[in-house]
Design a protein. Structure first.
Lengths: 399, 413
């Protein structure tokens, strides 16, 4: 009986046509001024209406969030989690047709944890160990099945430019190439070459179009036709430069991931209109960082000020490394409130191409939101409730 | 004439920051003083003389010759104290399991970025201990992040012995504990032997006077430890280790503070019963999987230990973003219900008590060292920066002159 009651509260599937009204002291919509005494009417997982003191239709279920501040569900532009199995193919450096979705457990504990920090939509991609790792997906962090959670099955092609794909590698001399390390590339030159070779072959393939399609080259051809964005993980300035050169050469639509040293190429990134999913650069006293890069506090501020669309990423899977914390750190390091909040909601939604559904609280968009005990940029505020597609995915009071 | 003016100018420049050191007074007019020892004081005054706080309160008469620091738009609080860290040294552990005779004092690198960043973030004293990797790791030293040679940074040269109950890779807990007991028994036997030999000396009357037996140098640290003259900081990764530590400290009668890992919260009541002071791990708020319900449960160590009545200090760590800052640790604890005053205490006064520095550090009170932070706003607000740091009455950090900070905040190449 109690279990049944809990199920009703937590995972209640919304009956078509049924309206739920969420009431909160304040709503930050991400698309206009804050709304006091906000009412959000939700139907079929979508926002029917949002405004101050809206009239609640008769028969609607009312959820009173009390003194909470509601904001759009957070969008993580690169949620790193444990896949069931590895996140890179061992036997090949170029594996564009591999789909991260095939290794994803919809009940993964990292997804459940992400929900608790307010993340409702996330990009999940292959790791940094392959030059071209495969296809990443955009999904909701909560739902009954993977099918229900998926927003974009093939959202972007993941690639890495830098030393990531070379770490520990050696050529397979006289031994069977059975693991990561018995393989090429072993240098930055080698990484760039593997990347180029893959796209040169794909361009040739696209020109010839053989009768039997090659799944890997099909994917690369889509990237060449700018129908599939390429997410390039690059940490150091030299790698950002290399990646920009490659993008120019093959006319690819790219998005940078990590990019700790992006502050060295702010002008170039702004000019090329390339977006960045930025790994946090707020670690004080750190002498080392990813790939030997030199992070700076002000990187986000500089990128945002130059108009480079920049999403903030988390510092890791920990509670203290949440997107909300990163937004607070961005403001600490000079960003405006609007820039910081957009960088964890609207901007990543735009970068992922899902801004028509998520990233702000507006009529017709998905009913994804977070109820906080206070202002989102106050580090003492906590996540009280998370709603995904109109359903409560997390409620602190029942924990 | 110009030269004289220059010298005079320099003299003033140098006399300025040190005004609170000698006989001259340094006065801080603060918008708000967080004393930690009592209530906050709005529009308060702190009078510093000879590096000590001479007076603190409202409406205190300012000595006519005092140099006045205007912090009327700022918040003044005691410097943060790091009760345990193994940063600032080249390697945290020697590669043999028992090395009581080594000290981190000999491996401190004053130029390590940790010290620079610690000062920038308001940490004014830290216990640099050996790492958690050795059974008996050696002694640590208490430093202030001011100065460019270890001697000038040192507050206490050899402070306490570091013991770890975390078995080394490839070793079982049983073997680890057995080795530790053997080590301790060995010292007990040695001290008994030495005592007996000393008593035997006078009985050898008539024969040529034998020199009284002396303690071997390598035994000195362990002897001091078991004689109760040196406390231990015992690292316990799990609740079971906490119970073993309590058992050992009773059997061998040593004093200890606990450096806790994440999985120790189940021993909170045992720790409270023994009235032990503890240092929480840097990642003190984390998820665990409830295997029965298939739910991710957030464990909030500050809330659990506060409820059990355990006195704790926060610890920072540079491996993660938020946990790198003492103010953030306090903020994170407040997020999950710890009262703000208690959170600030766990970053200042409690670590001072754990390190035995409380007569000098940890609060803004008459008679204490003038170790103060002048903040641009409330300490738990992410937008707040440390504007100035005063250590022993001298201004040792000014944000406006922190060129490195300007560089890393800016975007120039």
């Amino acid at each position: 009986m109690a279990l049944a009651a809990l199920l009703v509260i937590l995972g209640r599937p919304l009956v078509a046509g049924e309206v739920t009204a969420f009431k909160a002291a304040r709503a930050l919509t991400g698309s206009g001024a804050p709304i006091e005494a906000a009412v959000i009417l939700v139907e079929n997982g979508k926002i029917l209406a949002i405004g101050p003191g809206l009239k609640i239709p008769e028969g609607a279920k009312v959820v009173d969030l009390g003194s909470a501040t509601v904001m759009p569900g957070l969008v993580d532009a690169n949620l790193v989690l444990w896949l069931d199995g590895m996140d890179n193919e061992e036997a090949r450096e170029i594996s564009p047709e591999f789909r991260v979705l095939d290794g994803l457990n919809p009940k993964a504990r990292d997804l459940q944890r992400a929900v608790q920090t307010g993340v409702t939509t996330a990009f999940i991609g292959p790791g940094n160990r392959n030059v071209i790792g495969g296809l990443g997906a955009v999904l909701k962090t909560y739902g009954d099945s993977l099918r229900q959670m998926v927003v974009q099955e093939e959202a972007a092609l993941k690639a890495t430019v830098g030393s990531g794909p070379t770490i520990g590698n050696y050529p397979p001399r006289g031994i069977p190439p059975v693991n990561f390390y018995a393989r090429r590339p072993t240098t930055r030159m080698g990484v760039t070459w593997e990347f180029r070779k893959a796209f040169i072959d794909a361009a040739k393939y696209a020109g010839e179009r053989p009768a039997r399609p090659d799944p890997a080259k099909e994917i690369l051809s889509r990237a060449l036709a700018r129908k599939l964005p390429v997410r390039i993980a690059a940490s150091r300035a030299v790698d950002i430069e290399s990646a920009l050169r490659l993008a120019e050469e093959f006319k690819l639509a790219i998005v940078f991931e990590e990019a700790e040293e992006a502050y060295r190429h702010v002008g170039l990134l702004a000019q090329r209109k390339v977006a960045v999913a930025l790994r946090p650069t707020f670690q004080p006293g750190r002498v080392w960082a990813a790939d030997g890069s030199e992070p700076r506090y002000g990187t986000f501020t500089a990128l945002a000020a130059a108009g480079v669309p920049t999403a903030l990423l988390t510092g890791g899977p920990g509670e203290g490394e949440s997107l909300l914390a990163m937004a607070a750190f961005a403001v600490r390091c000079g960003a405006t409130r609007e820039q910081a909040l957009a960088a964890i909601t609207k901007t990543p939604a735009e970068i992922l191409g899902v801004a028509d559904r998520v990233g702000s609280l507006e009529k017709g968009k998905d009913a994804d939101f977070v109820a906080l005990s206070g202002d989102p940029l106050d580090v003492t505020s906590r996540v009280e409730r998370v709603v995904v597609n109109g359903r409560t995915a997390f409620d602190r009071t029942t924990k | 004439m110009r030269k004289t003016a220059l010298i005079l100018g320099l003299a003033i420049a140098f006399a300025g920051p040190a005004a609170g050191r000698g006989d001259e007074s340094l006065v801080i007019k603060a918008g708000r003083i967080i004393t930690v020892s009592g209530e906050d004081i709005a529009d308060g005054v702190i009078v510093i003389r000879a590096g000590k706080i001479e007076a603190v309160g409202k409406g205190i008469e300012v000595p006519w010759d005092a140099k006045v620091l205007d912090a009327t738009k700022q918040v003044v609080m005691p410097g943060f104290i790091e009760a345990h860290t193994f940063r600032g040294v080249d390697r945290a552990n020697e590669n043999i399991p028992s090395v009581p005779f080594v000290s981190t004092f000999d491996s401190v690198n004053p130029l390590a970025p940790y010290f620079e960043e610690a000062l920038r973030q308001g940490i004014t004293a830290m216990f640099v201990a050996p790492g958690n990797g050795n059974m008996i790791g050696g002694q640590g030293c208490i430093l202030k992040p001011v100065g460019s040679i270890t001697e000038s940074m040192t507050l206490v040269k050899n402070h306490a012995l570091k013991i770890s109950l975390d078995p080394r890779p490839g070793m079982s807990r049983m073997a680890h504990l057995a080795a530790l007991r053997r080590e301790l028994d060995d010292v007990v036997d040695y001290l008994k032997d030495l005592d007996e030999k000393k008593r035997e000396v006078p009985t050898a009357a008539g024969s040529p006077a034998a020199p009284p037996p002396e303690m071997e140098i390598k035994r000195e640290v362990m002897a001091k430890f078991l004689q109760g003259k040196l406390a231990a900081f015992v690292y316990c990764p799990t609740s079971a280790d906490v119970l073993r530590a309590i058992e050992l400290s009773k059997k061998y009668k040593f004093k200890m503070k606990l450096v806790l890992g994440r999985d120790t919260w189940r021993a909170a009541d045992d720790i409270a019963r023994e009235k032990l002071e503890v240092i929480l791990p840097p990642d003190m708020i984390f998820w665990e999987t409830d295997e029965e319900k298939h739910e991710e449960v957030l464990r909030v160590l500050p809330a659990i230990f506060a409820k059990a009545g355990v006195r704790f200090a926060f610890q920072t760590d540079d491996s993660s973003t938020g946990a790198a800052y003492m103010w953030y640790q306090a903020g994170a604890a407040v997020r999950y219900g710890l009262p703000k005053a208690e959170a600030l205490r766990a970053a200042t006064r409690t670590p001072a008590e754990i390190l035995g520095l409380d007569p000098r550090f940890g609060t803004v009170e008459k008679g204490k060292d003038a170790n103060l932070l002048l903040l641009t706003g409330d300490p738990l607000d992410a937008r707040t920066w440390v504007d100035r740091v005063i250590v022993e009455g001298a201004v040792v950090y000014e944000r406006s002159k922190d060129a490195k900070l300007q560089k890393i905040l800016g975007a120039e190449k």
